[in-house]
Design a protein around this ligand. Structure first.
Ligand code: BTN
Length: 250
């Protein structure tokens, strides 16, 4: 797909804004083409999943990527998994950091969150656009984050004990994203799902998933072709397409 070979060709670097996802969604609504990337040094109103905020101090790598996939709305779920796979690959290849994925796409190092990803889309009969927003704790210490986040977060600077070249990481993620996205458009979701499973630590675990319609608790058994999590609960199997997943201890 020709249009998928250009992620980041148009790169808007903005010093301070509310949210890179918000800015890119506005551009998308105005007809911005696939591949545009918005990067910010600092976000004043960074957005997390489930309507939460996302603390975005200076030194982080905060950016969003616009995709316009030609398939059905259900493809948005796989693209969100794909984004996590791209980050995990880049961390390994670019920085030698081994990470794992918690469904759907939290990137964990030493069990702590190094990167969160917010996927937002608009669809009619088809998928109009998907904005993938990446929040990578890069060149700061977690002491720069609000106190309640510090125990569960980690940064690249803490893992490597030195600051990193954020533009090099961005370039690497965009390359991986483009390759995986191209493979998805050409061959469907199976390859992405299988890579995701190799990196994921959620399957086989007891989980508690907060969804828009309530809490789902049980054993995470699988992800389906659309990236949804299949949870076996005492009441029977439940398919969760979006939510915040906690691995329950023990
Ligand atoms: C999560 O809750 O785990 C997702 C966090 C996603 C944060 C990133 S930072 C860049 C982009 N812009 C936003 O407002 N959010 C995402």
């Amino acid at each position: 797909m020709e249009s998928a070979r250009k992620l980041g060709e148009k790169l808007l670097i903005i010093e301070v804004l509310e949210s890179t996802n918000q800015t890119l969604r506005e551009l998308a609504e105005g007809g911005e083409p696939e591949g545009t990337v918005v990067v910010a040094e600092e976000q004043r109103a960074g957005r997390g999943r489930l309507g939460r905020g996302w603390a975005s101090p200076r030194g982080g790598l905060w950016f969003s990527v616009l995709l316009r996939p030609p398939g059905p709305p259900a493809d948005a779920g796989v693209l969100s998994l794909l984004a996590g796979v791209a980050v995990a690959r880049s961390l390994r290849n670019e920085l030698g950091i081994r990470s794992s994925l918690k469904w759907p796409n939290d990137v964990l190092v030493e069990g702590k969150k190094l990167c969160g990803i917010l996927s937002e889309s608009r669809s009619g009969p088809g998928l109009d656009y998907v904005v993938l927003g990446f929040g990578i704790n890069a060149n700061f210490l977690v002491s720069a984050l609000p106190e309640d986040l510090r125990r569960s977060a980690i940064s690249v600077k803490e893992v490597l004990r030195e600051p990193v070249d954020r533009l090099a990481i961005l370039r690497s993620i965009l390359n991986d994203l483009e390759r995986l996205y191209g493979a998805f458009l050409a061959g469907g979701s199976a390859g992405i799902i299988s890579e995701w499973k190799e990196l994921a630590v959620t399957l086989g675990r007891q989980v508690r998933v907060e969804t828009a319609t309530g809490l789902v608790e049980g054993r995470a058994e699988d992800v389906d072709g659309s990236g949804a999590l299949l949870v076996r609960t005492p009441e029977g199997p439940v398919t969760v397409s979006a939510g915040d997943c906690v691995h329950v201890q023990g």
